[in-house]
Design a protein around this ligand. Sequence first.
Ligand SMILES: Cc1cc2nc3c(=O)[nH]c(=O)nc-3n(C[C@H](O)[C@H](O)[C@H](O)COP(=O)(O)OP(=O)(O)OC[C@H]3O[C@@H](n4cnc5c(N)ncnc54)[C@H](O)[C@@H]3O)c2cc1C
Length: 440
Amino acid sequence: MSGPEASIPTHFPVTRESALARWREFLPKANRYGALRNQVVPGHPHVTRLSPAIRARLVSTEELVGSVLETHRFDAVEKLVQELVWRDYWKGWLELRPGVWSAYRAEAERLRTEGDPALLRRAEAVLAGEGGIAVMDGFTRELISTGYLHNHARMWWAGYWIHVERLPWALGADFFYRHLLDADPASNTLGWRWVAGLQTLGKAYLPRRSNLERYCASSLLADPTGLERLEDSVVSPAPLPDEAPAQRVAWRSLSESPDLSGGSPAGGGRWGLWVHGEDLGLEATALGRLRPEVLLSVFDAQRVGAHGLSPLRIAYLKTALADGVARAGRHFGCATVSCETGEGLAEALVRVAQERGLAGWVAMRPSVGPLGDAIPGIEAALAGDGRKILWCRRSWDERLWPQASAGFFGFWEKARRRLEPRSGRPARDGDPQQPGLPFP
Ligand SMILES: Cc1cc2nc3c(=O)[nH]c(=O)nc-3n(C[C@H](O)[C@H](O)[C@H](O)COP(=O)(O)OP(=O)(O)OC[C@H]3O[C@@H](n4cnc5c(N)ncnc54)[C@H](O)[C@@H]3O)c2cc1C
């Protein structure tokens, strides 16, 4: 399973420096994004290709939104800003409805172990790139070999899986989750649910031949095998699976930063900073003021193994983590411990806290997903050892995510009203580092 040897295609930045270089290259043509972004062209020149870096927070949405609004008029780049913020909408939506994530994981597991054998055999053939529609089989191979698919190709492929092959969405989402370099519990699960018609009830996304012919590069359609199965008149929505309505939980607010005036959380003691793959830009947050005794990063082989992640995805996670830890090490100037063992996360956090005599850890709170699922175990293990973990959240997330209570366009309207006045104006001395946060 391991795989640092797997080599990540170079056009997906895996360090902060290379992500910023890609952004500088893309920024001058950001005003053409709205017109070109749906074109699926080999090499993906019309989109940023930054989603893996954004997912790991090698770069943050707020800094990208800030820089595009400083250099362009709002109406020229509205579509790009909207897409960047769409990610936050999905994050908030799932954070408010964590049961949707756990139900999806349970369903994928149930299907894998108890699913109808004929259905599983068909799923296996499609996942091996032998579904019989040449363009879709090409996308399957592209995902496996590069860890990326263009957004439009994700929509077509998910629509093909659900509405043409009539396979369960949860198994397709699991396939994406294992292979995408940017795999995100919110964007992936909710993207799949949207295509199935579960997210906006009754509005499924159907992959249609005419749409592929309009937006796909001709080289991708050179082999027309199987296209007749995507004829507009042939494809119809698959029946919706039965499921209970999503339950909303109350938003639990966290401050971005505990009181760090003395360089450590109030109450004193020696604290460590746990650096994990959900936020590899800690030095740029308010946590940058912390004076930790030690930085810890753990590559949790148990968790990765349980999710069956692809070698490419593992290589991306490890390389991005190493970049985040190296930057944090330079910023905080303290010792760094990097573990890559079979022991679990909670065990590593307890062990290193004992070895270093720490009162506990400070960390960004993982959002809903596999790392979020580990929170109760981590808290219990540390508390059982008389130690604590102090969770923080970026103010951008703290302000945007709770607003994802209903549909995207209401969310976007509020964000737009606050972001629009900032556009086209170069930064001035004294400007806040972050762009105006959408939402007070
Ligand atoms: C079935 C399905 C599964 C998906 N799974 C994921 C996933 O696991 N992780 C993930 O990051 N995105 C996912 N997306 C959303 C989208 O496809 C990717 O974010 C986008 O293709 C990434 O490429 P890019 O960085 O070049 O995007 P660009 O077009 O350059 O967009 C810039 C950024 O905006 C955000 N963004 C763009 N489109 C969307 C969108 N539709 N939803 C949410 N955010 C968006 C991303 O952060 C992206 O990096 C999924 C979409 C679908 C339909």
